[in-house]
Design a protein around this ligand. Structure first.
Ligand SMILES: NC(=O)c1ccc[n+]([C@@H]2O[C@H](COP(=O)([O-])OP(=O)(O)OC[C@H]3O[C@@H](n4cnc5c(N)ncnc54)[C@H](OP(=O)(O)O)[C@@H]3O)[C@@H](O)[C@H]2O)c1
Length: 199
């Protein structure tokens, strides 16, 4: 398959790229500062430009989306909006604009995260964003068939423990290579409307 991978240069994206390539897929990589295509997915017009440049696609895979981490009373309106734009709106637009761009039985795989179901202090904006992504996936699945859509919802990565480990006491981390297998399951399998959890 020819697959568009958003965030291919990141911790997760690197593992997803490796897994997809090992399965024989052709991967077109996207990032703001690295990749075959350079676009900022928080800008809907940038998503349109990305699809115009990408050519024919069988699947779109998301492995990017930033949210701020702060104590709840300190989160400002612009920061809530940034969380929504950075992780939710970017991925919603990826799907909304992408249905006409991928093959008739193609698929979308979005990224959410453990905070949708298991919150931590300072993680309210991320929980909101991840929950929204997962609700959207379930809703979109019934509208875009026979195209498919799933979300991958991992806990903290082993590679990220140095940066975020203190925020996830008692959480068992997951290697990104294991998370990448959930992407393989989504892209190559037949399921839709699923949230693949890795706790
Ligand atoms: N790290 C964890 O432990 C963990 C656990 C569960 C879920 N997640 C989720 O997994 C996703 C990836 O996390 P990660 O740790 O792999 O992040 P990362 O290492 O920071 O990588 C993110 C990648 O996405 C690209 N990117 C970021 N914003 C973008 C945008 N607006 N448009 C286009 N490309 C963009 C970045 O490249 P450029 O800077 O060049 O754009 C980078 O290649 C995030 O949504 C995160 O919430 C992470």
């Amino acid at each position: 398959m020819r697959i568009l991978l958003i965030g291919a240069g990141g911790t997760l994206g690197t593992a997803v790229r490796t897994a997809l390539t090992a399965r024989g897929h052709q991967v077109v990589t996207v990032g703001r500062t690295s990749g075959d295509l350079r676009h900022d997915l928080t800008e809907p017009e940038q998503i349109a430009a990305m699809y115009a440049a990408a050519g024919e696609l069988d699947a779109v895979v998301g492995a990017a989306g930033d949210t701020p981490f702060k104590p709840l009373p300190e989160l400002t309106g612009p920061e809530w909006t940034a969380a929504f734009r950075g992780k939710v709106l970017s991925q919603l637009e990826l799907v909304r604009q992408g249905t006409g761009r991928i093959s008739p039985r193609g698929s979308f795989t979005l990224i959410s995260g453990v905070l949708a179901r298991s919150p931590i202090p300072t993680g309210a904006a991320a929980s909101m964003a991840n929950g929204a992504v997962e609700a959207f996936v379930r809703a979109a699945a019934i509208e875009i068939a026979p195209q498919r859509i799933n979300a991958v919802s991992p806990t903290v990565f082993t590679e990220s423990l140095g940066d975020y480990g203190d925020y996830f006491p008692g959480f068992r981390p997951v290697p990104p290579a294991e998370v990448a297998q959930a992407y393989i399951r989504s892209v190559e399998g037949g399921q839709t409307g699923q949230v693949y959890t890795l706790d």
